[in-house]
Ligand binder design. Structure first.
Ligand SMILES: Cc1ncc(COP(=O)(O)O)c(C=O)c1O
Length: 368
């Protein structure tokens, strides 16, 4: 057998540890997962009711074009119906974009460090990834522009950036888009957009008509609390969206996901409450980090990257033993951990566990 040479040494994606696995392995009754930036308040009751209703249709293939969801979303975002591509999570939309645009040897530009799925998909296509270091945890848009050449096909901007949580502002994105050559697709990944309360955050949808090479990614996995159903989408110019839809599998989003997403969009009260509670969680956690003398990046999403001043992997292991799952092991931030904002109870328990882990005295080394 001869696989594509560029995939032979690719790692398998390491996800946050599932709660059930940790409970089983460590014999714990309570495990708190703050590792995958999910919504700790679950999903809207309206979404759950829509799933129950849709169950009667479970034997039927879904609408491959997600017409009803498209209709609701177009109204919600104020764009046209021919501007959407849906994916099995926005992860799949990222994969579809690389499939549609990248030939082996062509280049794509992303921050270092950012969401790993851009590079892993570019690797699968045999494309070259140019990784531009973050400056103080934030995208270096000028540095990214300097990396553009005639082989560049895509620039990825993760806003808020995962794992740092920082944002680039509307005016900076506009200045950037003004300078990016038209042959380059700019993908603005806004997976955490609905959590952002900072007024400088881009109104990216308003830029779509002026910049035909702009594509925006959103998801129902984060504030909408539907991560297990796997549904996300891209919004862009019809001509670009069409290309991506051409490489999409016919039935890539399920009936249950489409029905839940459609209902979730109508529950503004639930989303507003989640945004407010998330902000209070960020305020609580950052105040606690200040008290503990720990530095962190400005957190605009539902997670915080905090400097624990020792190996993040070790802190991960110690927290795990106390029943708390977080993320660590970021190449560029080996002494940081990333924690998702939980419920007030989860946040308090996390801080108590972190304080315990960080104040444990090193065992004195005794001579044999
Ligand atoms: C920045 C970013 N983009 C995209 C995704 C993918 O989300 P999903 O595939 O669940 O829509 C994630 C998930 O964590 C993310 O952090």
């Amino acid at each position: 057998m001869q696989p594509k040479p560029q995939i032979v040494n690719l790692p398998v994606y390491q996800q946050g540890k599932p709660v059930e696995e940790v409970k089983r392995e460590l014999g714990l009754d309570e495990v708190i997962k703050l590792a995958s930036n999910e919504n700790p308040y679950g999903a809207s009751p309206k979404a759950k009711a829509a799933i129950e209703q849709e169950l009667s249709q479970i034997s039927m293939y879904p609408d491959g074009n997600a017409v009803e969801l498209t209709e609701v979303l177009a109204g919600h975002l104020g764009v046209n119906r021919d501007q959407f591509v849906f994916g099995c999570g926005s992860d799949e939309v990222i994969a579809l974009i690389t499939r549609a645009f990248l030939l082996p040897g062509e280049e794509n530009i992303m921050a270092d460090q950012t969401f790993s799925v851009y590079k892993s998909n570019a690797d699968i296509e045999g494309a070259v990834s140019i990784e531009v270091p973050l400056v103080e945890g934030t995208h270096d848009l000028d540095g990214m522009l300097k990396a553009v050449n005639e082989r560049t096909k895509i620039i990825w901007i993760c806003n808020p950036n995962n794992p740092t949580g920082t944002i680039v502002a509307h005016t900076d994105i506009v200045n950037f888009l003004d300078k990016v050559p038209e042959h380059v697709l700019v993908v603005l990944d806004e997976a955490y957009a609905e959590f952002v309360t900072d007024p400088s955050y881009p109104d990216s949808l308003s830029l779509l008509s002026k910049y035909p090479n702009l594509m925006i990614l959103r998801t129902f996995s984060k504030i909408y609390g539907l991560a297990s159903l796997r549904i996300g989408y891209g919004v862009g110019q019809p001509s670009v969206v069409r290309l991506i839809n051409q490489v999409r599998e016919p039935f890539n989003t399920s009936r249950l996901a489409q029905a839940a997403a459609k209902a979730a969009l109508t529950d503004h009260e639930f989303i507003d409450a989640c945004r407010t509670k998330n902000r209070s969680g960020v305020e609580y956690l950052t105040a606690e980090f200040d008290r503990l003398g720990l530095k962190y990046f400005p957190a605009h999403g539902n997670f915080i990257l905090v400097n624990v001043k020792k190996s993040g992997r070790e802190v991960f292991q110690s927290l795990l033993k106390l029943g708390i799952i977080i993320r660590a092991g970021f190449d560029k931030y080996p002494e940081y951990i990333r924690v998702s904002v939980g419920t007030p109870d989860e946040n308090t328990k996390f801080i108590a566990a972190l304080e315990k882990v960080l104040t444990v005295q090193e065992q004195p080394v005794t001579a044999e």
